[in-house]
Ligand binder design. Sequence first.
Ligand SMILES: Nc1ncnc2c1ncn2[C@@H]1O[C@H](COP(=O)(O)OP(=O)(O)OP(=O)(O)O)[C@@H](O)[C@H]1O
Ligand SMILES: N[C@@H](CCO)C(=O)O
Length: 322
Amino acid sequence: MISEAGVRVKVPASTANLGPGFDTLGMALSLYAWIEMKPAKETEIHLYGDQMKGIPTNKSNLIYEVAQSVFREAGVSLPELEISMYSDIPLTRGLGSSASAIVGALVAANELIGSPLNQAQLFDMATALEKHPDNVGASLFGGVITAVWDGTHAEYLRIEPPIDLEVLVAIPEFQLSTSKARQVLPEQVSLEDAVFNISRTSLFTAAMASGRLDLIRSAMQDRLHQPFRAPLVPGMARILEEATAHGALGAALSGAGPTLLALTDRREQRGMELERFLIEVLSEQGIKARTIWLNPCTQGAQTLTIEKGVKFIDSIEGEVRS
Ligand SMILES: Nc1ncnc2c1ncn2[C@@H]1O[C@H](COP(=O)(O)OP(=O)(O)OP(=O)(O)O)[C@@H](O)[C@H]1O
Ligand SMILES: N[C@@H](CCO)C(=O)O
């Protein structure tokens, strides 16, 4: 049954890899995008917020295309849609903007036609579109996700993030597409490096599950992608090496970058020092960056009630401010 009133979905940003868990680990973050979808006579796409610049407003828009893939899968025809989107998630910076758009569109489109697809089907579709399950798993389910993908089917386990875990991100002004950041990776790795990463990914997952923040420092080391991506983000190698001396539990490139992410223990209160360190190192390399303190987001994509008579952007602005 199609909802004529439309649906609204709020979806979190995410960070992928968390150091060693390349294409495997993800964590949802308290930075959001909102998507509203309604049946329409003629397709209209309204994009709001500074982050949406340059995104197409015709049927080539990712949200529209993903929605149509849900309708095809469910055997429903709904070619004309009114889509509104507001996002605080910066594009092409390593905070899962494409994953949040894909997940938001899948969840909204499915809800719009009465939820014929289950969560596992949505996760498989999201992973097939994004090509790896880490960001989409975190945006769909919230929390910390460890996931595998066999090319058809994705499996995951969701871990509740430790309560004292806090996240500092330094978001450089420049963009770095995932495809560019994947092109620099080697096709083969040594057994030694594979073992290095498997052991740390396992330790990170277990540390999250048991609240052992003290293990994060060793667990966040990586040899599979960060060393090769370091030249793309000047200052990154020093930040990854020295962040723990400035109050971080551990640091990583967020997703494919260029955002750098530090995990902290909110009880330790060394945030200012860490923030200054990240900004200074990037600035020495001529890179302007803004920092944001975030929390792990425990809730994945959620459907919100649409208030009658209130414009999309007015109600979202109310929610962003509150
Ligand atoms: N709301 C949206 N509508 C349409 N296209 C979008 C939207 N959000 C993201 N995209 C597309 O996704 C691209 C960014 O994807 P990319 O994987 O390169 O970076 P990211 O998802 O921000 O970072 P990462 O995957 O490293 O966490 C944008 O350039 C844009 O083409
Ligand atoms: N695991 C992916 C995340 C970015 O989408 C990568 O590092 O390329």
